[in-house]
Design a protein around this ligand. Sequence first.
Ligand code: PLP
Length: 407
Amino acid sequence: MILNNVNFETYFKNYPDKNGYFGKYGGCYVSDELKGAMEEITEAYYTICQSRKFIAELRRIRKEFQGRPTPISHLERLSNSLGRVQLYAKREDLNHSGAHKLNHCMGEALLATYMGKKKIIAETGAGQHGVALATAAAYFGLECDIYMGAVDIKKQAPNVARMKILGANVVEVTEGAQTLKEAVDAAFAAYSKEYKDCIYCIGSVLGPHPFPLMVRDFQSIVGIEAREQFLEMTGHLPDAITACVGGGSNSAGFFAGFLNDPVDIYGVEPLGRGPKLGDHAASLNFGTEGVMHGFNSIMLKDENGEPAPVYSVASGLDYPSSGPEHAFLKDLGRVQYDMVDDKETIDAFFALSRMEGIIPAIESAHAVAHAIRLAKTMDTGSILINLSGRGDKDMDYVIEHYGIPEK
Ligand SMILES: *Cc1c(COP(=O)(O)O)cnc(C)c1O
């Protein structure tokens, strides 16, 4: 497939380029100090991660520890309730620790051990990335520092407990608003001092090069498996695929399997309470080009050009930008980025729970809601949803804020 001069047959060879650009998006906007550290990781990525030994070891870990391949489920009762279109879900909720995040955390931590690093560090907002990384650190015997705002620590007690049980150090950040932004700043500051002994493990297809590349590649197992499984199951490709987009890792990995196929690809952004700035986190739909957290992409800015406050019912989608590859795929017209609001999402959360026996993460429920909406516009055909995670973490929140609906 060729679109706006981009040939998708050779896409992965050319994007990103050697400086980490997808078209004009991406790059490596960090201090001179950290530039060296990023170059070291880039070099390691291109050599170590392409080596037979690394690939074989990661493959074994995925199978024996993570539980890959995750299955595809045919959502028959949900499909029948909508009409003739058939819905399917790639079950990343069945990954060990309950979401797709472990796919890149295990890759990043394995790379850290090959590089001889003793420690991995990261920030976390809701704690999902922190838990996945703490899991990986425990598996490999690495030290793990997770920076987290004091406000988030209070709000996310179960994830803080998980990280501590797994042996991670949860470092409380008490600057400013004491949430994700301050945690990112504190983690980067610590990394600038400690980069010789540790690597910073970014939690999505975000940040300076090589992270958008590396995280996409580690996540691409989702799309590669899904394509093969779907063909085997049905004898054809899906007509459409859909995934939720926060930073963009589960979607980037899922899409990677289908970019060169005649398949309609949809990313789903959280419209939250509505289109007013501050009420959503739909950065690709409402944002403009700009640099933050080390990369150039499309982002939501306040009146001073700083990252704007964002909101979503799903804490994992609550970020004022998305990875540079998504900005690129949007400009090319290869992926359509739609939006789903809180209400449609919660309706889909209960629909999937009650008709299929699968409680999805609220993040993933955005993709389910989108597939339901899309199915209603199609006569026949099939839609494959990436179910990025399970909803155990969200149950208390949903009951408290929405109650249990009548049957
Ligand atoms: C973190 C998270 C997301 C959002 O992150 P992406 O990088 O956009 O994939 C989506 N779903 C679940 C279950 C998550 O934990």
